[in-house]
Each structure stands twice: as structure tokens, then as C-alpha cells.
Design a protein around this ligand. Structure first.
Ligand code: BGC
Length: 415
């Protein structure tokens, strides 16, 4: 048999198809929780890029905002010896997985990353001095989205303080518009609560949620945080139990509700519905947080594959693609975030993304750039989970602020 014929036969048998075709045979299984309209479009860019490079994309999407369900599925997969090629993991959880000895380093795909990433983010992508994670983009969490027509209808102005916020909410209520669209999962409760913590100042936020300082956690200001959250709850509808974040966003998009507290993945939904900032909706910093910025950086980690000691070509291609300037731009345009890679042009981005970028630069300089607790950037999983339980219990009962503060201080000691 001639060489070509042999190769053809092997290839037909699915064994060996020449160098580029060998790559074509590698399938990359990718575990993520990007399932809403905007999120799917964004992850679709990665899928297309990988397919263009000859890889087969095996989608392992586990629905559920902020990834709690995805993280449970991931643990089962890894324990049963079926680790995916890559998984959406972020913040301190990257280290926790690296300590299990199940990740591969992707240094050879990351030769120019150091100079192209903000130092605090570059650090998070490392374990034991090696790159083990690839960053997608920067989401700002402390946003308030407002339906423009609803605001205009009640003659309200964009609130910059809590009294102004309650004034607008009262006007909306009086006009028969549901003031605040709220979803009903623990992470959504924590997202709102950390916004209110931030409104007491970035230093307060850092002392409370990054340093877990007991004095700050039990302070009068923390009592006020719970009181304010309780007051905001008075503007929710009664149907929020189990509601997904994107359904709450849809209520603001279609004018059923006036406002939503949510990170800027919500902007991906507005964009997907062809809504424009300024004319259809407004993105404003959460009242009292204009100068601060809670960051949330999505990333993928790469699991050691059966029979492989190092990263596979598919894993390195994924990492390279994620950090490439063209991907960084298109992904964030769909996702609502801003590129994490430094120097990517913001020309094609909308005014909300431009504001996010400008506010990020200001916050980094002023010390107002803080990691989001609700989105896995500030604390190890166990601590974040214990605090989430306290906040969720408070928001789903009639518990008083004082006993919630006591429970919070105790939960913060969870390791
Ligand atoms: C992730 C986002 C995602 C959001 C809602 C956040 O924790 O960082 O990428 O869009 O959850 O699922």
C-alpha cells in the first residue's frame, strides 16, 4: 500500500490523520455556565475560533447564574476521572483546584501575558509560579440598570445616594411600575448585599469582606447595611423565588420593572435585545459607589487529561485564543464586560463599557478597586459560602439586623 493510502486508511479508522488532522481529532470539552442569551453568544465566539483551528468543541454547559450548579457538576466529573479539558473557574478557587494537583500549566501559551495583564489579575492566574488559568474579561458588579422610559415617566433622576434611590423607587411604585426586579437565588442576594456594603466606602468593604475584620463586621455601619437591604426589599415583587437573573433583567428590558442591581453581564442581555444605553436604558453605579469598582474576572483552568502529563495542544490553543486581542474584543462586546488584556481598543464598545473602563482606571488609582465576594473573587469557597448563607437567611426571613450581624461575624471565621 502506498504511504498516502495507508494514511487514508488509518484516518478513516479514526487513528491518525496527519499533523493538522490529528489536531482536528482532538476534542475540547468545556465546562461553563454561560447559558443566557448574551452569555451564549459570547462563549459562541470561542467555540467558533476553536472550530476554525480544527478542534471539536464539546459543550458542557451547566445552567445556573454565578456557577453554583456548574461547580457541583465539575466536582463529580473530576472525582469520577472524567475531568473536562477546561472549566470556568475564578479567583481563589483556582488555587484550591491547583492544590489538588489536577491542573496543567499553560506557560508556553502565556509567554506575553505578564506585560499584557494588570498585575493583580496576572497573579490570580498563577499557581506555584506557573500560569494555570486564562482570563476572559473584567465584569464590574456594582451596577444599577434603569429602564429609561420608566424613569422618564416618573420624572425621576438617576439616583446617586440611597435617599435619591428610594425617592425614585417610590415614584415608580406610585406609577404602577415594579421598582426593583430581583431574582431569587442566594448569589443574587449576596450581589445586592455586597453592593450595599460597598456604598459604605471601599475601605469599609475591604476591611469587612477582604480582611474579614471583626470590628468592621460588627460595626454600626454593618447594621445600617442590613437595614438598607431590608428597605430595598420593600420594592421587590412577591414572585422572585427561584427567578433567574436574566429573567429579572428581561423585566427591566421590557419595562415591567424599573431597575435591577446586577453585574454587567446584564448588559449582554440588553445588547442581545438590541437595546441601547442612554436611549433605552441607563447603567449607573450603585448609589454611593460611583468611585469604587467591584471586579469579577472570569477565567478557564485546564485539567490534566488521561494519559497526558502536560497541557494538550487543544488546551494551549484554548488559552492562546482566550487571550488574543481579537477574541478579547468580540467576547466582551457580547458579554457586557471589558477586555482584561491591556491595550485592546475600546472604540467599538458602548458608553456603559467605556464608563466601566474609565471608572476602573480611577478606582485602581484611588484604592477603590475591590474583589467581588458574591462572584468568587474575595474569599475561599467555604468562607464565601458561610457568608452567603447568612445574607440569604436574612433576606428570606424577618430576621432583625442585629442578629444577622452577629451571625455574619461568626460566619466570617469559617475556613
Ligand atoms: C460570572 C459571569 C456570569 C454571571 C451570571 C458571574 O459569576 O462571572 O460570567 O455571566 O455569573 O451567570
Amino acid at each position: 500500500m502506498k504511504f498516502r493510502a495507508i494514511m487514508g486508511a488509518l484516518c478513516a479508522a479514526g487513528l491518525m490523520c496527519g499533523v493538522s488532522a490529528v489536531q482536528a481529532a482532538e476534542s475540547v470539552e468545556v465546562l461553563h455556565w454561560w447559558t443566557s442569551g448574551g452569555e451564549s453568544k459570547a462563549v459562541g465566539v470561542l467555540k467558533d475560533d476553536m472550530q476554525k483551528q480544527g478542534y471539536t468543541w464539546k459543550d458542557f454547559a451547566v445552567a445556573g447564574g454565578a456557577g453554583a450548579a456548574a461547580m457541583t457538576a465539575l466536582k463529580t466529573q473530576v472525582i469520577s476521572g472524567n475531568a473536562p479539558t477546561a472549566a470556568q473557574i475564578k479567583g481563589p478557587l483556582i488555587q484550591e483546584w491547583a492544590q489538588q494537583g489536577v491542573l496543567v500549566n499553560i506557560d508556553s501559551a502565556a509567554t506575553d501575558w505578564k506585560k499584557n495583564l494588570p498585575p493583580e489579575i496576572d497573579k490570580i492566574m498563577h499557581a506555584d509560579g506557573h500560569y494555570v488559568a486564562a482570563p476572559f474579561s473584567v465584569h464590574r458588579v456594582n451596577w444599577l440598570y434603569i429602564n429609561k422610559a420608566a424613569l422618564d415617566k416618573v420624572g425621576g433622576k438617576v439616583p446617586t445616594t440611597w435617599p435619591e434611590f428610594f425617592a425614585v423607587a417610590d415614584k415608580m411604585k406610585a406609577a404602577g411600575i415594579m421598582p426593583v426586579a430581583m431574582g431569587g437565588q442566594p448569589w443574587q442576594d449576596l450581589t445586592l448585599w455586597e453592593d450595599v456594603v460597598l456604598s459604605q466606602g471601599a475601605d469599609f468593604y475591604k476591611k469587612a469582606l477582604v480582611d474579614l475584620d471583626q470590628k468592621t463586621l460588627t460595626s454600626d455601619k454593618m447594621l445600617q447595611v442590613f437595614d438598607t437591604v431590608r428597605k430595598i426589599q420593600g420594592y421587590f415583587d412577591s414572585g422572585r423565588t427561584g427567578r433567574d437573573w436574566n429573567l429579572a433583567t428581561a423585566m427591566v428590558i421590557n419595562g415591567k420593572a424599573g431597575m435591577q442591581f446586577m453585574g454587567d453581564w446584564a448588559k449582554g442581555e440588553f445588547a442581545n435585545a438590541n437595546k441601547k444605553p442612554g436611549s433605552d436604558y441607563i447603567c449607573a453605579a450603585v448609589p454611593g459607589t460611583e468611585k469604587a469598582y467591584t471586579f469579577n474576572v472570569d477565567s478557564f483552568v485546564f485539567f490534566q487529561q488521561k494519559g497526558q502529563s502536560a497541557a494538550t495542544p487543544g488546551q494551549l490553543a484554548l488559552a492562546k485564543t482566550i487571550m488574543s486581542p481579537a477574541f478579547q474584543e468580540q467576547f466582551s462586546l457580547y458579554k457586557g464586560s471589558i477586555p482584561v488584556r491591556l491595550g485592546v481598543s475600546m472604540a467599538k464598545f458602548d458608553d456603559c463599557a467605556k464608563k466601566s473602563y474609565a471608572d476602573e482606571q480611577t478606582a485602581i488609582k484611588s484604592g477603590g478597586y475591590v474583589p467581588s465576594l458574591a462572584h468568587g473573587m474575595a474569599q475561599p469557597d467555604a468562607t464565601a459560602g458561610a457568608i452567603t448563607d447568612v445574607v440569604t437567611k436574612f433576606m428570606n426571613s424577618s430576621q432583625d439586623s442585629k442578629s444577622a450581624v452577629e451571625a455574619l461575624a461568626k460566619a466570617a471565621k469559617t475556613k
